[in-house]
Design a protein around this ligand. Structure first.
Ligand code: SAM
Length: 221
């Protein structure tokens, strides 16, 4: 479990990381081999979660760059309310917790008890976290409007199903975050066709002026 002391230290690290990145961008003759992950300190529990994830053969885990950005965004919302749809084994959950301050809370929802159990084992002792075993869309439909500072929609619900339900729960000024928008070998048949539909839906929705949406990963759009 991340201690809150460590969590607040991570807040500073997160901002330092952003500054380092900006500094790099302005350096003349930046080496093309620069790897920003060299500057990222992983959440302490991540290595153990990754080991269990590999043992399980779970191949849908979030990438380190996505995790690092989630941690930075979480650190920007003091006392924030966060929602993750699709806990998986808890990899992004661990990154979000590492950025959150002691007053913030995170709910993470999944339908698969066998993968969520890994998150429960390694992160379940963190009182800021509530793990929910439920269909993401059913969960979303019961939620009040405008309650989350950040939603990481990392399952079909909230992204390809129930997009409106998901955007509805994001606070004005909050973050709606999705990734995995470029082709991947583990995509099921028929999945690729959903991507342009989602992108168009996002652009047509007429979102509130100050709702930001970021699309991350192998895939910034
Ligand atoms: C891309 S993975 C999540 C990865 C995780 N966020 C991470 O950082 O490693 C998608 C997850 O969505 C879950 N899922 C599938 N259908 C779901 C549903 N209807 N509601 C909630 N979760 C669902 C799967 O069990 C899977 O764990």
């Amino acid at each position: 479990m991340e201690g809150h002391g460590e969590s607040s230290a991570n807040v500073h690290r997160s901002y330092v990381l952003s500054l380092l990145w900006l500094q790099y961008l302005t350096m003349p003759n930046s080496p093309s081999s620069f790897n920003e992950l060299d500057f990222v300190q992983n959440p302490s529990v991540l290595e153990q979660i990754v080991s269990r994830t590999e043992l399980l053969g779970f191949n849908m885990a979030s990438e380190p760059k996505t995790g690092a950005l989630l941690r930075t965004l979480a650190a920007s919302k003091c006392g924030g309310r966060f929602l993750e749809l699709g806990t998986g084994t808890g990899i992004a959950t661990a990154w979000l917790l590492a950025g959150m301050d002691a007053a913030s809370t995170l709910i993470s929802v999944d339908t698969d008890a066998s993968v969520q159990e890994v998150a429960r084992d390694f992160l379940g002792g963190d009182r800021r976290l509530t793990l929910v075993l439920e269909d993401g869309l059913e969960f979303l439909r019961k939620e009040p409007t405008g309650v989350y500072d950040l939603v990481f929609a990392d399952a079909m619900p909230g992204k390809y199903d129930g997009l409106r339900d998901c955007l509805r729960v994001v606070k004005p000024g909050g973050f709606y975050i999705i990734d995995d928008m470029l082709p991947q070998p583990n995509w099921p048949e028929g999945h690729a066709e959903k991507i342009p539909v989602l992108i168009q839906a996002l652009s047509l929705l007429g979102l509130p002026g100050n709702l930001h949406h970021l699309c991350l990963g192998r895939n910034v759009i």
